[in-house]
Design a protein around this ligand. Sequence first.
Ligand SMILES: Cc1cc2nc3c(=O)[nH]c(=O)nc-3n(C[C@H](O)[C@H](O)[C@H](O)COP(=O)(O)O)c2cc1C
Length: 367
Amino acid sequence: MPNFPSLWKPIRIGSTEAGNRVALAPMTRISATEEGLATERMASYYAAYARGGFGLLITEGIYPDTAYSQGYLFQPGIATGEQADSWTKVVDGVHSAGAVIFAQLMHAGAQSQGNRFRDSTIGPSAVAPKGMQLGFYRGEGPFPVPSEITPGQMEDVRKGFAMAALRAKEAGFDGIEIHGANGYLIDQFLTDYLNRRTDSYGGSPENRVRFAAEVCEAVRAAVGPEMTVGIRISQAKVSDNDHKWSGGAEEARIIFSTLGSTGIDFIHTTEYRAAAPAFGDSGESLAALARRHSGLPVIANGNLDAPEAAARLLEQGTADVVALGKAALANRNWPSRVRANLALDELDGSIFTPLADVKDWELEMPA
Ligand SMILES: Cc1cc2nc3c(=O)[nH]c(=O)nc-3n(C[C@H](O)[C@H](O)[C@H](O)COP(=O)(O)O)c2cc1C
């Protein structure tokens, strides 16, 4: 009997069969070519996690279009046929090692700090994100004030996600994760202080979640019923770690029930601590609220480094899959180690210096 049996039970999400319930969380590593092509280095990097026992891998945020979506220089894209082709070696390597892989599609919006196609940004309203750009992704200083996105540009974004999802399907990805979290464009629409709109996309939570729901529907329509589609949702942002939804549990009900009726297959929640109450000192976690109100399987992320914590979340029925970020960077074979009752390593902070790109030692066969 392996340790923590709840982690190793196979699961079906949408049309995807994953061999276990431990996922690699999406992590931007700015290790593509300047033109946004996935490299052999990236293929080795992702294959290491598959060999290390992760049942499901979620890629770093990939930009979907050649307009305003790119967030970081050397970020990979899936906005052109050439970029899509470059992903096939990543996908094939992961499949050969026995795991499945979802492409995370990300439109950076006002949180973009490096885009070779545009030198300005767009957001729901002309309000700059809080905080400073990330130095380890080549950013510097405050975020610029974006232009208010026009109705035509909103249509371009929806189409951009849909076309990119189709390219990802053709490249062999098992599923799509729409990045609706962490302060990027879709989350900017959800966020009361960044979205000052007075039309049907601003104001009430029903209005602020409308754009996210439309992107989910557009992606589903593009890829058809047989490909797995989900969305990642958070309260916190890269540019504002402490943000909470002002409408509390009722706002969560509206957001998750709306997303749950768009025809997608899963919700991925991320919080600083996945198991902590979403609002105040008591009450349900964001993962539990997502599961209850959407009726969909939930992937939960945030400080689940200890296998006890990860297993507990599954056993309590709070989530269906756990996703690991920093613990995975420290242990590319976290699942194999935990199954074999081996000790886990702490994360070596030098991985983020001077840039958060893939380091040579990450390409080696995990010990
Ligand atoms: C280097 C790095 C890059 C990240 N890039 C992304 C990303 O591209 N997309 C995303 O949704 N989250 C991204 N995240 C957030 C992680 O997916 C995860 O939510 C966060 O690390 C918290 O989970 P943890 O406690 O397991 O590390 C990133 C995190 C790190 C450390």
